[in-house]
Design a protein around this ligand. Sequence first.
Ligand code: UD1
Length: 424
Amino acid sequence: MDKFIIEGGERLKGRVRISGSKNAALPLIAATILQKGSYAIGNVPRLRDVETMIRLLAMLGGKAEWTGDNTLAIDTGSLDNHVAPYEIVKEMRASVLVLGSLAGGLKKATVSYPGGCAIGERPINLHLQGLAALGCDIKIREGYVDVNAKKLRGGRVTFDTVTVGGTENIMMAAALAKGETVIENAAREPEVVDLARMLKRMGARIEGEGSEVVRIRGVEALAPCDYEVIPDRIEAGTFIVACGITRGNIVVENCNPLHLKAVIEKMKEAGMEIEESDSTVKAIMSRKRPISVDAKTIPHPGFPTDMQAQIMALMSVSKGVSAITETIFENRMMHVAELRRMGADIRVIGNTAIVKGVERLSGAKVMATDLRASASLIIAGLAAYGSTEVSRIYHIDRGYEKIEEKLKGLGAKIRRKKDEDLGA
Ligand code: UD1
């Protein structure tokens, strides 16, 4: 297993280019199942999760190949299998995103029931309730969800919790259902809006994406299209926070500042100067120590749960005391114990972490437990005194494209140590 070795203390400076969004790309790839044909999707990040989705598509009878650095040519002309097996779903929960498109496209889906993961239980009850409201017959047997969508029709779906994946699955199934579907308490995340945009380009009739109520009028058939994935707002936010902790000065290119409002506001409160243009964010911390701020994770447009671990790393060296509350996932504080090993002063009460900023963290051997926790440990390592070794970085490879190259480009001292080097 690879590790990152980070020598802390370098201020980040320069320009960094943000990749396409992982969480947008995954449902967009799944959407190609809805309509047989050829698609070209651009700005797709080359990540382990994307490769897993490509493998799943191949298992279903589709084909996908890279035709440029970040362009994926997809052919679903002969896609005819409706089974997403355990082996793939256990590797990546987002595999459940084929539920909606298989139900819409093939009128049946058999998908391994996902288990919990490091950050929480993450049930899929709302996805299933939604599909049932659209006339699907659902059975759970031998660890699989069996969806019979022969009678797929529009319906009213009211989510009692905002769910990104659930909203996406229902939008996809509803695109090819008979009649109108109304999703209430829909997720408003930019990735949901991106999926709606691609579906509309394919001929779907969708209104209200990005608001709490999304209306989809089903059509008889869709048409394949070419599409460009939006920039990854979480990657952009991670670099902005990394700049903050190293008291640096960077320009984040190819991002959408409108998707980053909550993070930008928080960083301004923490003392960062920020200048935005259409597609760049200039983040200026200029040797200043960050100020402690409170943060609470809330579905978009609130502060994203996927940035909680990173802001906590920043708060661990900020001036003052901050309270960070996680409201989306029940077990998303695994990074706390690792940050403490680096000298952070953090106490967890219920779902709130009380972070008392220390002058400096010290390098240590730490272990990544999930994707965003890994990002927080790297951020902490960048500012720590001495050397930090982050192990189990396969988590980071799931979601950050070329992170060490990008950080090196900004002046960080970080290198990847391959497993075989470790004994040497
Ligand atoms: C997506 C993102 C993930 C992000 C999360 C919240 C992808 C691939 N992943 O995950 O990075 O952290 O949104 O912004 O886009 N829930 C239920 N029942 C359900 C579905 C969800 O109770 O059927 C709960 C979950 O346990 C969680 C909350 O709803 O507490 C939000 O989850 P959801 O928005 O569905 O997250 P994902 O789509 O899995």
